[in-house]
Ligand binder design. Sequence first.
Ligand SMILES: [Zn+2]
Length: 40
Amino acid sequence: MPYGYDKTRSERRCKMCKKLLYVFEVGEYCIDCSRKLPKS
Ligand SMILES: [Zn+2]
């Protein structure tokens, strides 16, 4: 496991800002971007 590896983050990235997503962030966007998305 590489130094600085953050196991709270997955390999997935937000589709909007390209930030690494946390493992608890489901879907394709980070929490910040999810809030910016229009509610459906
Ligand atoms: Zn984002």
